[in-house]
Design a protein around this ligand. Structure first.
Ligand code: GLU
Length: 423
């Protein structure tokens, strides 16, 4: 991996840049530059073909000054310790910015779920749970879904954890199916939170969401729901969408049923059929002339070499880490409003917080309450971020929204570490 695209180097670079702007105490920066602990495991799993396969897996606890570590588990062929470290750092900032009582963590397994059947997936999930059970827990570190992990996988992990500790412990993991006390509303809360941010940003930019055109990169946990919710909640038109194979563009708007059908029949949204639609690559999707661009897949999609060709007014980072630091600066100079991942996609972990609260109190909410509280929280984060940017502008210092959000998030963690006596 090129050094400038190493996600952990990027996360450290962003932290140092923000620390410089806010004049963070050097001792606090030294603590925050590296994870508190990093687990690297090799897990043998007996597969359904009778052979044992060994998987490399990770769980990183980045910082827990504000509460138990919180963050998803990714099952991805390109997973690496540096990706997980970066994602755990971003979780720290995400939870802090959202003002929920968690630190940051992340997990991952190097594997290709597309080549695994359900039996093998269950065996791997349970083996992962056994490998980390002493290091997770509702007051310690609370996993959740991420790229290529699902509510079903959360259920297996929760069940295996219960076997290990000898009692049910629903709050050990979030993003569970509702049958075992997952939360109503959690399933699409990453995208719904993103839509609330989109609504606020559109207001600020005087963009009418009903007339806005949108391109979404990704058709997974975040991307697919970004499609459905932008139509349902804001009445916007999604004209392009993609998956890992490539994308489809239809200036007259895309139809969800047909997208699902294409995905089922051909394995990709590229199989979408309509007179006005054409196939595009993921690179082309990013450069389409649209009002709003939503990268909702993986890291490093908008980089130094394509940031000049991004052609939208608002870029909503629904994925983790889709825009590199160089690209952030180029977009800022080009006056494209690029809202950072750990603000835009925080609806997922805010939803997880609501699920954890319900698991711990044993009292369950209705979707209306979940959505309303999510709206309140994420809208507050958006307003605080914009206010921080303005406060610096008023002092004559131009900072981008990512740095504004970082300053808020780092300040809260640093204050917690200080008062706890860590420095
Ligand atoms: N994987 C999601 C994220 O990156 C959700 C994490 C969580 O709910 O803990 O924000």
């Amino acid at each position: 991996m090129a050094e400038e695209l190493n996600p952990f180097k990027i996360a450290q670079h962003q932290l140092e840049e923000a620390a410089g702007i806010m004049k963070l105490d050097r001792q606090a920066l030294d603590i925050l530059k590296e994870p508190k602990r990093t687990l690297i495991m090799n897990i043998p799993v007996k597969m359904s073909n009778g052979k044992t396969q060994t998987f490399t897996a990770f769980r990183v606890r980045y910082n827990d000054a504000l509460g138990p570590a919180k963050g998803g588990i990714r099952f991805h062929p390109q997973e690496s310790v540096d990706t997980v470290k970066a994602l755990s750092a971003w979780m720290t900032w995400k939870c802090s910015l959202a003002e929920i009582p968690f630190g940051g963590g992340k997990g991952g397994v190097i594997c290709d779920t597309k080549k695994m059947n359900d039996k093998d997936l269950e065996a791997l999930s349970r083996a992962y749970a056994r490998a980390v059970f002493k290091d997770i827990g509702p007051d310690v570190d609370i996993p959740a879904p991420d790229v290529y992990t699902t509510p079903q996988i959360m259920a297996w992990i929760m069940d295996e954890y219960a076997n290990m500790v000898g009692h049910n412990e629903f709050g050990v993991i979030t993003g569970k199916p509702v049958e075992i006390w997952g939360s109503e509303g959690r399933m699409d809360s990453t995208a719904l939170g993103g839509m609330f941010v989109m609504r606020e940003a559109a207001k600020m930019l005087k963009l009418n969401p009903k007339k806005a055109t949108i391109a979404v990169q990704g058709f997974g946990n975040a991307g697919k729901f970004a499609y459905t919710l932008s139509k349902k909640v804001l009445g916007s038109k999604v004209v392009a969408i993609s998956d890992s194979e490539g994308g489809v563009y239809d200036p007259t708007g895309l139809d969800l049923d047909k997208l699902e059908e294409a995905k089922q029949k051909t394995g990709s949204v590229q199989g979408y059929k309509s007179k006005t639609a054409r196939k595009i690559t993921n690179e082309e999707l990013l450069e389409l002339k649209v009002d709003i661009l939503i990268p909702a897949a993986i890291e490093n999609q908008v980089k130094e070499d394509n940031a000049d060709r991004i052609n939208c007014k608002l870029l909503l980072e629904l994925a983790n880490g889709p825009v590199t630091p160089e690209a952030t600066n180029i977009l800022f100079e080009r006056k494209i409003l690029d809202l950072p991942d750990f603000l835009v996609n925080s609806g997922g972990v805010i939803g997880s917080y609501f699920e954890w609260v319900q698991n711990r109190t044993g009292y369950y909410w209705e979707t209306e309450r979940f959505d309303a509280e999510l709206d309140k929280k994420i809208t507050t984060s958006f307003k605080e971020t914009m206010a921080m940017q303005k406060a610096y502008a008023d002092k004559g210092e131009k900072i981008n929204p990512r740095m504004a959000a970082y300053i808020i998030a780092i300040d809260r963690v640093a204050k917690a570490m200080k008062v706890r006596g860590w420095y």
